[in-house]
Ligand binder design. Structure first.
Ligand code: SAH
Length: 886
């Protein structure tokens, strides 16, 4: 019999009794001496192997005592003993770290505990870099001095606890400055170090117990956030990016990267080794501006695990290359390298096979994955036939031609050498996989919704048991659960909250009246009386929009039903912006990258061809086949594909979003991705012509009645809107633009700024700035947009000497402040008028006739201005001039 006693200082009664009868006592010399163990009985620890031999050799009826320092199960001797196959009885005690936290009266359930013996001091340094409360078991040469040096500048507090439990126990607290002065020789072994963000006596150091949301004891929204910034906390905060720089050029390059990425990275300037090590502890992503070799050497001792290590991208001094060194996928380095590549016009040197071949990584799809990922991925990379078997239309990323995706429910293609089974069933045999030897990866999509109701106070164990039984009965996979749902009355039910947390899914509740509306098959009258809906589990599944696949199961305390979220393809209607790559939004680019099918008018497809996966299908069509194109896109999404349907500019503005939605998109998830519309691109090129109210009108009368268009032009002219004209002219539509300008001219002066921008943000871009009187419709073609100023729009000169157009915002604070002028613009309505006839080049009519027609109910621009500037007073129904600062 072997009894392992924890030992921290004093000898317990139990240990004393065992020592009296023990045949063998194993322990460190210090412990054996303290316990007064005789030479004949003792086995002194240094090397472990001889001690284990002695223990193994001992007869079963004899007693061996092992004295462990601190608790035997905590970085202690229990593990090697058990590994050696020895049967032990354990008498626990507290660990030295527990004692150290107790000595400074700090809770330690939120601390990270590290042993310098096993993980090395580097692990302790790295963890202390990101965690506010860390306890370290030190080892010879791996102690306070190393910790303090590595964490210098981080303003940490150090608790040094020596010889805990002994008569000469000593606990001291140092801030960084004081810790730096501690003499190594003055430390009595053994000792532990606590590394804290806050001084132990401060309220902040108390921290938060890592409890679940909804737990009455959990921190409320007003409680200070824990200081930890690690994303291991499960938060979805933006990643912290650090840049390690040590030359002027690198600093400049780092600025450029920040600017292009729209981030404020942490800078690690100065000695490279210290900077990189510090960044390793503090950042999710690191951009190293050191050489690849130097970076590799520096991070080598820090590497732990691809799931927790930061992603590192190395950028060379000339900014030609961005190399993801580690953490390509999970760490996000590949993605960061690509973005840096775009920002610096550098090449992203991505070497993970799946990325370089444009093949999706099976473990990066966001779905639970198991099976032979390496084997199946290798087969895909080799171009061997691999089948993807889906029971439902779960969207898959673009896949190379050797990956065959039969229709849902169909078997694998003949000759298949590997298989990806996409299923929410538990057994991998589901979905067509049989028990042959084919390498198989099983992916569990997030497709199941679990609805539960329960009595107040039902334990998480009881709920888990019911859920497990229900899943098992239906053969469904726990990994596919996407949400736990219930009724609002259960929003604070701790067991359900804990269960959702265990499952790693959101816990969502619905109002009882919403549940009452659902057509649940097994309602209960008792529940109806109690909460106002006859069903909780089934109804909440239905309220989530899922299809009920497992009806209500009951235990004594709870109910459980399961639904499946309908699997659908996705149709993204994407705006590509005016043309240049940097005005393509990152969201639009992402959608294009991940689409299985890209549909669009030829020039739009060409605009983003390089982003499209080599494994995606492309359907570029000619103009005029909009209806076919739209139908094809919707049909493809219905068949389960992820479709990017492209529009120039913004998809809703005279483009494909409305016809798509009008055509009907049943059975498809629709996602409209906005783009920079031509009007905004042109406005920016011209200055700020859209600085005040504006109207956009398409002059295309192919689908809109021309009279209606004219009516809108007139109304906008009359309302003194800046007017943007889309589709102003084509080879066959010549008269529309002059007609529209003539109407506008009835309300605006001949010198009103009018500009056209053709091919905005493309290589062929050209601009004409003119006035209403001089504007030439010949400047305009179908790739042009025309902007007509309002009564206040004016020309100005920008700092670089360019002529620009500005429509004033009418800020009060601008009065008298602009270049000594009272105002930059004309007062509303004071511009000289010109008649329609005059605009068309006919003789000027008499002055009265030049007035725009007015009726009783109409307010002309000049009347409106008068009321605004002279008659506005509180209580009148004329709008007063607001001093808006938006
Ligand atoms: N969805 C597009 C508009 C489609 S209507 C958008 O939001 O921009 C087509 C009209 O848009 C063209 O006749 C032209 O008036 C305008 N247009 C589109 N792209 C343009 C560009 N790059 N430069 C100038 N005008 C453009």
């Amino acid at each position: 019999m072997i009894r392992v006693h924890g030992f921290l200082g004093g000898i317990s009664e139990a240990l004393r009794a065992d020592l009296a009868t023990a045949d063998l006592v194993v322990g460190g010399r210090r412990q054996l001496d303290d316990a007064g163990v005789l030479a004949a009985q003792r086995v002194e620890l240094g090397a472990l192997a001889p001690a284990i031999e002695r223990l193994k050799a001992l007869d079963d009826d004899k007693l061996a005592v092992v004295i462990a320092s601190g608790d035997p199960g905590f970085f202690g001797i229990l593990r090697p003993l058990r590994r050696a196959g020895l049967h032990c009885e354990v008498v626990p005690t507290i660990t030295s770290l527990q004692a150290a936290f107790a000595a400074v009266a700090l809770p330690w359930d939120d601390a990270q505990l590290v042993s310098a013996h096993s993980g090395g001091i580097e692990a302790a340094i790295r963890i202390a870099g990101v965690h506010p409360k860390v306890g370290v078991l030190t080892a010879p040469g791996k102690g306070l001095a190393q910790l303090v040096a590595a964490l210098r500048g981080r303003d940490k507090h150090f608790v040094v606890a020596e010889r805990l439990g002994e008569a000469d126990e000593r606990v001291r607290v140092f801030d960084e400055a004081a810790a730096l002065t501690v003499d190594e020789d003055d430390l009595a072994s053994p000792y532990v170090v606590l590394i804290l963000d806050a001084a132990p006596e401060s309220a902040e150091a108390v921290g938060h117990s890592p409890q679940l949301a909804g737990d009455p004891n959990a921190p409320g929204p007003d409680d200070p956030k824990p200081a930890s910034n690690t994303r291991a906390d499960g938060s979805d905060r933006a990643p912290i990016i650090g840049q390690v720089v040590n030359t002027t050029r690198a600093r400049h390059q780092a600025d450029q990267i920040d600017q292009a990425l729209g981030v404020e990275s942490k800078r690690y300037d100065g000695p490279a080794s210290a900077g990189l090590v510090a960044a390793w502890g503090e950042c999710d992503l690191i951009v190293s501006h050191l050489a690849l070799g130097a970076t590799t050497r520096l991070i080598a001792p820090l590497l732990a695990d691809k799931h927790t290590d930061p992603g590192v991208v190395v950028v060379d001094e000339a900014g030609h290359f961005a190399v993801p060194l580690v953490g390509g996928h999970i760490g996000g380095a590949n993605e960061l390298a690509r973005r840096i590549g775009e920002a610096l016009d550098a090449t992203a040197v991505v070497s993970t096979a799946t990325d370089s071949l444009g093949i999706p990584a099976l473990d990066q799809l966001g779905w639970a994955v198991s099976g032979d990922v390496a084997g199946v991925t290798a087969a895909i990379i080799d171009g061997a036939p691999v089948s993807v078997l889906r029971e439902h239309l779960w969207p898959m990323p673009p896949l190379p031609g050797n990956v065959l995706v039969p229709a849902p429910g169909e078997p694998a293609a003949p000759g298949t050498v590997g298989r990806v089974v996409v299923t929410d069933r538990a057994a991998p045999t589901a979905g067509g996989a049989s028990d042959d030897q084919l390498p198989t990866v099983v992916l569990h999509p997030d497709s199941l919704v679990v609805g539960m109701g329960c009595n107040k106070g039902t334990s998480v164990e009881a709920l888990r048991e019911l859920l497990d039984a229900t899943l098992a009965g239906a053969g469904l996979a726990k990994e596919s659960i996407a949400a736990l749902v219930s009724v609002d009355a259960k929003a604070g039910e701790l067991g359900l909250i804990k269960l959702a947390d265990e499952l790693g899914v959101p816990y969502v509740t619905y109002p009882a009246d919403r549940l009452a509306e659902q057509d649940a098959p097994n309602p209960s009258a008792v529940v109806e009386r109690e909460i106002g809906s006859g069903s909780v589990s089934e109804a909440s599944v239905l309220a989530r929009g899922a299809e009920l696949i497992v009806e209500k199961h009951k235990s004594a305390e709870a109910t459980c039903a399961i639904g499946r979220i309908p699997a659908r393809g996705r149709l993204h209607v994407v705006g590509l912006g005016p043309g240049s790559r940097d005005l393509l939004t990152p969201r639009a680019a992402n959608v294009v990258r991940h689409a299985n099918l890209v549909v669009g008018y030829g020039p739009y497809v060409r605009q983003v061809r390089d982003l499209v996966s080599p494994h995606a299908e492309v359907m570029a069509t000619k103009m005029g086949t909009e209806e076919q194109r739209t139908r094809a896109a919707i049909d493809a999404a219905r068949s389960g594909l992820d479709v990017a349907f492209l529009s120039g500019g913004d998809p809703a503005i005279y483009a494909m979003a409305s016809p798509t939605l009008e055509m009907g998109t049943d059975g498809v998830d629709v996602d409209i991705v906005p783009g920079v519309t031509a009007e905004l691109a042109a406005s920016a090129i011209l200055g700020a012509p859209l600085g005040h109210d504006h109207a956009t009108i398409s002059l295309s009368d192919l689908h809109t009645d021309w009279e209606l268009i004219l009516k809108r032009v007139r109304a906008a002219a009359q309302g003194d809107f800046v007017i943007t004209l889309y589709n102003p002219r084509s080879r066959s539509r010549i008269h529309q633009l002059p007609d529209a300008l003539a109407i506008i001219a009835e309300y605006r002066g001949p010198d009103t700024p009018v500009a056209s921008v053709s091919q905005a943000e493309r290589a062929q871009q050209h601009v004409h700035m003119s006035s209403l009187a001089d504007f030439q419709p010949e400047w305009v073609d179908m790739n042009t947009i025309v902007i007509v100023g309002s009564d206040t729009t004016t020309f100005a000169t920008s700092g670089d000497g360019r002529r620009i157009i500005v429509t004033p915002r009418d800020y009060h604070w601008m009065d008298g402040a602009v270049s000594g002028h009272k105002r930059l613009n004309y007062p509303h309505g004071s511009r000289p008028r010109v008649s329609r006839a005059e605009f068309k080049g006919q003789a000027a009519p008499p002055a009265e006739a030049a007035q725009p027609p007015t009726t009783q109910s109409q307010v002309t621009p000049s009347q409106a201005t008068q009321s605004r500037t002279t008659a506005a007073q509180p209580g009148s129904d004329v709008p007063t001039q607001e001093n808006s600062h938006d």
